[in-house]
Write a protein that binds this ligand. Structure first.
Ligand code: IVH
Length: 696
């Protein structure tokens, strides 16, 4: 009996080893050991064995690389779980010219008392950075870089990437960092598929890699054909040099980029860079530069860090790729503040990894300076390999006399006569439909109310139907108003499953974002010159002037304060100059900003003070172990929001009440936890007390 039970287990382990080995040979060594047919046969056998013996399946099984089965799929979480990195993921300073690279080598030598260090050059893969934690050789966690301190847990998604081994060749415990990327052919195929399905295209392989990885459903990641290169290793004992770390990574079974070169001096590193400027186009993956690293760890330690970047490494950015294409036309867009922007409409062309059709031409003076005319062949490049930019028109290639472009004299959206503000043209009509739409689009954007899910297309339909005229209207949306809109589905027809889901998703998201930090609300008003930074400064001052009380009343008190404040009072805020102060005062004087704010409050939006994010260690809740219970109706905060604020204030969030708990925040309907806290003599505060403790 036991012999029989052992046999499938043994075969299973053999298969897992063979497939993982084949994957490694294919992805890591770039030397396949099996034909496709042989490989497929192993996979088929493994699947059959797993179907018959589900108890054998481990997370390391290659079958897990296709993601969970459809039945196991859980409802997507609102957000991926956040994880704190064991050590921060730093960034690199950039060099854009050979001179800057020479400066780097010289300053490294200086830092080492005049001795020129050996350098390693690695191609810089344009993907997204990932941290992989292996324990005794098993992949246990994968996280994105995030802000460098906290990233997102993408372990399930990363398990689907075949280039990343779930089991190392040795039972090492280590952290591996590297770049997840999408190979160029996969990127092209994916965009072709998306174009056919009328889905928005990914701008470049980097975005598509990030988009493919940060999926709530790992089966999507599995289909995206992502790959990986490792470039950093934290292991005890630590490798003595970067070149040794790269060898060790390879030895552990991790793929490393094979064109890296060690033993370089400043001069030979410069030749490496020159060599790869053009050669990089022959690679299957996008590279946007090369990273130069001082090889010896002892030297690295001596050189140290500046801010969040090592002084022992630098990223050299390759000069932007330039291409030529035909300028088919120049369209004019009206922005939020009424400025007219000319936009180049071009024959689609591939530049630095993505297809470009349009690029801003900024203003009429720029068009004259670059001498671009409709019908011209133009030189196009990407600034920082990201933003498309028309460099100039090729006057020498004109075969006919092309007229110079002139700006329209009336607004393309409302027909009002255009005025000229120095170099730019502006539509002075505050009721201009284009300005109104852009204002709304800005208000729902990430840097403002962040109403994810209310995209441009949905917003356009809502405005067109007259359902949404100002921002407050978004908070009044009903299922009926969304019913039957493009991509929303219908409440009544056959697409019941699709329709009501999308509709309730949108409504649920808006409801969830009913309480917003004051600075977000200020940004959303679309006052000229008031972006995120200014709004944060102004909100901080308002929080000082009007102590937060919790609940909807605070926002209204803030509004009254805003209406009463003078230009002098605004200029007294650090970071606010005279022009900005004037702009804020006039926005409230005309009544427009005040009205839209009042309307937002009437529609149910609640302005809340910003979470304390600075000085966490000495924050107002430092040392406290805090439990939140009940519903927070006065502030409208979700449990999660309240917990974020506790953490930001230096407190520790706990789930259950124990002897270690020092504070209980009790919202409405707080039952058993309140009783438990009372019994233990723990301090209990209501919402107002909580807000006060947060230093509000
Ligand atoms: S080293 C402290 N090596 O470039 C050193 N980074 O701006 C940390 N990258 O976030 C990075 N290829 O996403 C390093 N061979 C390479 C790299 C590389 C790509 C990315 C990585 C990092 C960014 C640095």
């Amino acid at each position: 009996m036991s012999g029989k039970a052992l046999a499938p287990g043994a075969r299973y382990r053999e298969l897992v080893t063979a497939i993982n080995e084949a994957d490694r040979r294919y992805y890591v060594d770039d030397a396949p050991m099996l034909t496709d047919a042989e490989y497929d046969a192993l996979r088929v056998e493994l699947n059959a064995l797993e179907a018959a013996h589900p108890e054998l399946v481990t997370p390391e099984s290659p079958s897990q690389r296709v993601g969970p089965s459809a039945d196991d799929r859980v409802e997507p979480a609102v957000k991926l779980t956040e994880v704190r990195h064991e050590r921060p993921m730093l960034s690199l300073s950039n060099a854009f010219s050979p001179e800057e690279v020479a400066d780097f080598a010289a300053s490294a030598a200086k830092g080492l008392g005049g001795r020129e260090p050996e350098l390693v050059a690695e191609l810089k893969i344009d993907g997204l950075a990932i941290s992989l934690i292996y324990e005794r050789g098993k992949l246990v966690r994968a996280a994105t870089r995030g802000d460098g301190t906290t990233g997102e847990d993408v372990t399930a998604n990363v398990r689907t990437i075949r280039a990343i081994p779930t089991t190392l060749k040795q039972p090492a415990t280590c952290e591996v960092r590297g770049e997840i990327y999408m190979p160029k052919p996969s990127f092209a195929a994916l965009n072709a598929e998306r174009a056919a399905a009328d889905l928005p295209l990914y701008a470049n392989p980097r975005n598509s890699a990030a988009g493919s990885l940060r999926q709530k459903d790992a089966t999507v990641t599995a289909q995206r054909n992502l790959s990986f290169f490792a470039y950093q290793l934290f292991e005890e004992p630590a490798p003595a040099a970067q070149s040794a770390a790269l060898r060790r990574l390879h030895e552990l079974g991790l793929p490393t980029e094979q064109n890296a070169r060690a033993g370089l001096t400043g001069t030979s590193a410069a030749s490496f860079l020159a060599e790869w400027v053009e050669k990089r186009r022959t690679l299957e993956y996008e590279t946007d530069g090369a990273v130069l690293k001082v090889d010896a760890v002892a030297d690295q330690e001596q050189l140290g860090y500046i801010a969040r970047s090592p002084k022992w490494a630098i990223a050299y950015k390759f000069p932007p790729e330039q291409v030529t294409t035909k300028l088919l036309g120049i369209s004019v867009e009206v922005g939020r503040t009424g400025y007219l922007t000319p936009v180049a409409e071009m024959e689609p062309v591939l530049v630095a990894g993505s297809t470009v059709r349009r690029a801003t031409l900024h203003n009429i003076d720029e068009i004259r300076r670059k001498d671009v005319r409709v019908g011209d062949i133009v030189v196009l490049q990407k600034a920082g390999d990201v933003i498309p930019e028309v460099v100039r028109g090729l006057a020498e290639r004109r075969t006919a006399l092309l007229p110079e472009f002139t700006m329209p004299t009336s607004c393309p959206s409302c027909g009002t006569a255009v005025v000229r503000d120095e170099v730019r043209h502006r539509c002075p009509n505050r009721a201009c439909p284009a300005q109104n739409f852009e204002t709304l689009r800005y208000a729902v954007g990430r840097g403002a109310l962040d109403l994810e899910g209310v995209g441009e297309k949905l917003l356009a339909q809502l405005v067109e139907r007259g359902v949404v005229r100002r921002i407050g209207d978004l908070y009044r949306l009903t299922a009926e108003q969304l019913d039957g809109l493009d991509r929303m589905g219908s409440l009544s027809d056959g697409s019941r499953r699709e329709g009501p889901n999308r509709i309730s998703n949108v409504l649920g998201m808006i409801k969830e974002r009913r309480s917003r930090e004051l600075w977000r609300v200020l940004v959303a008003l679309g006052i000229r010159h008031v972006g995120e930074a200014t709004a944060t400064d102004v909100a901080t001052e308002l929080q000082r002037r009007v102590p937060p009380t919790g609940g909807a009343a605070w926002g209204r008190a803030v509004l009254a304060e805003l209406r009463s404040m003078t230009t002098e009072q605004f200029t007294a805020i650090s970071g606010v100059g005279a022009v900005v102060a004037e702009s804020i005062v006039s926005a409230f004087a005309t009544g427009l900003a005040g009205e839209s704010l009042e309307d937002l409050f009437n529609a149910g939006l609640i302005a809340v003070p910003a979470a304390v994010t600075t000085n966490v260690a000495g924050g107002p809740l430092a040392g406290e172990v805090v439990v939140v219970t009940g519903t927070l109706t006065a502030t409208g905060w979700s449990r999660r929001e309240a917990q974020d604020r506790i953490a930001a204030a230096g407190g520790t969030v706990a789930d259950g009440v124990t002897a270690k708990t020092t504070l209980l925040v009790a919202g409405e309907k707080s039952g058993s936890k309140r009783a438990a806290a009372e019994k233990l003599g723990i301090t209990i505060v209501d919402e107002a007390g909580f807000v006060a403790l947060l230093g509000g």
